[in-house]
Ligand binder design. Structure first.
Ligand code: SF4
Length: 266
């Protein structure tokens, strides 16, 4: 595991040394840097909240409209058998982190390590996520991490539409209770679940979105990075864009380390 992560870091440094950040972010050599050329402001796309038209019975069954605690919602998820994913799970992976987070990260689905631990991003993908998080300047304890389905799909496949639909009320309730300032969707499935969209990942990455007044950002799933090192630069671009917004609005973090010098802080 360490080797593959080290390889990704080495790739990152090598590409930056060869081409610089600007070229890797799609800016021709000799022009202004990404930061100088763009104000780091994405166009904002306002999406209708997913399943706003869900039947009242479904919402009532999910507890929407009643005041619950996060622990009560987690207990419901732990006992849930609403979809087929309940049959093969070891542990329900409800979520983890601060109950007053500024950022809610939404991944794709629990993997086998998460399923065994009952916690999100527990294994190799989690180690990479931790590096991304640290590079952005955050620790796990100050953010919240969850998935749009709380049980592991078999063979690490993507969750099916009916499974996402069955589980969506838990995600809705988490967002409602946590009230994050920002939602960061990791991958197309996460973004589709939060934003009710079928757009592709690059289209989603190219805009900032909103969910019930909460600013939503999209980048690739860390699991995808483990299989495609080239995505590192797209993710780095997204991280920088998010940090630019965070720095303008909150401004309580030291500068984000440059990708060309990750050794010291990465
Ligand atoms: S994935 Fe969600 S809806 Fe399906 S069994 Fe698990 S908790 Fe219930």
């Amino acid at each position: 595991m360490a080797n593959s992560l080290d390889t990704l870091e080495a790739f990152w440094q090598q590409q930056s040394a060869l081409y610089g950040d600007a070229a890797l972010l799609g800016i021709p050599r000799g022009t202004a840097s990404f930061t100088e050329q763009q104000p780091n402001v994405l166009p904002v796309v306002t999406s209708d909240p997913f399943r706003e038209t869900a039947p009242a019975a479904q919402q009532q069954a999910s507890g929407i409209g009643r005041k619950k605690t996060l622990a009560e919602v987690a207990a419901e998820a732990t006992a849930c058998t609403a979809c087929a994913l309940s049959r093969a799970r070891t542990k329900v992976v409800f979520g983890q982190g601060s109950e007053k987070p500024r950022i809610l990260f939404v991944g794709e689905a629990p993997d086998k390590d998460d399923d065994a631990a009952g916690l999100p991003f527990s294994g190799q993908t989690g180690a990479l996520f931790d590096r991304m998080l640290k590079r952005m300047g955050f620790a796990r304890g100050e953010v919240y991490i969850t998935f749009p389905v709380k049980c592991k799909p078999p063979a690490n496949r993507q969750p099916a539409a009916d499974e996402l639909s069955a589980c969506h009320s838990f995600l809705q309730q988490q967002i409602s209770l946590l009230q994050p300032r920002y939602i960061f969707c990791l991958g197309r499935v996460a973004a589709a679940s939060v934003l009710n969209t079928s757009a592709d990942i690059d289209t989603l990455r190219s805009s900032e979105h909103q969910y019930k007044g909460i600013r939503v950002f999209v980048t690739h799933n860390p699991a995808a990075l483990l299989h495609n090192q080239g995505l590192f630069w797209a993710v780095f671009e997204d991280m920088k864009r998010f940090r630019a917004v965070y720095d303008r609005e909150i401004g309580d973090k030291p500068p984000m380390p440059d990708a060309a010098k990750p050794g010291k802080n990465g």
